[in-house]
Design a protein around this ligand. Structure first.
Ligand code: SF4
Ligand code: SF4
Length: 155
């Protein structure tokens, strides 16, 4: 009886070793899904909502924003502040400042929906980090210019 229990334990342990090894071998030959973050980043899905960003005119690289202020008025959290001016002789206002206080943003999307010019959209930023609240107050006009400079440098 004691010998029977001994062999049962022995074969039970051996079987669990075989099952474990089979799973290891199965995954060993499958493609690696682990990303070496922060050296590698995930590609976000098209509907992912990061903080908002200004959209540039593909032709000129300038912001599509016409400084109507609809996004600012529609934001329930008061996160957006913007400024514009009308240069001498110009027909339209030009955006001179666009700031987002992301510490108060709920990502509700009302600003994006209210913009009739497609001038703002959600970014794909998902791994933001900063030492203070001020680090989450974004100068979106500067971000747009930086993106343009980076694109020019890559070209
Ligand atoms: S609603 Fe659009 S066009 Fe109007 S100020 Fe906001 S981003 Fe600019
Ligand atoms: S997503 Fe909502 S809370 Fe955030 S800036 Fe736009 S309107 Fe405001």
């Amino acid at each position: 009886m004691i010998m029977g229990a001994y062999f049962k334990d022995l074969f039970g342990g051996f079987w669990s070793l075989i099952v474990g090894l089979a799973i290891t071998i199965k995954y060993f030959f499958q493609p690696v899904v682990t990303l070496q973050y922060p050296h590698e980043s995930l590609k976000m899905t098209p509907r992912f909502r990061g903080h908002i960003d200004l959209v540039a005119d593909p032709g000129t690289g300038e912001p599509l924003c016409i400084v109507c202020g609809m996004c600012q008025r529609s934001c329930p959290s008061g996160c957006i502040s913007l400024k514009g001016e009308k240069p001498e002789g110009a027909k339209k206002k030009v955006l001179t400042a666009y700031t987002l206080d992301f510490t108060r943003c709920s990502l509700c999307g009302l600003c994006v929906e209210s913009c009739n010019f497609g001038a703002i959209d959600f970014s794909k930023e998902y791994n933001l980090a900063g030492p203070s609240r001020e680090a989450y107050v974004f100068d979106l006009l500067k971000r747009l210019k930086d993106r343009r400079s980076n694109a020019d440098a890559d070209a």
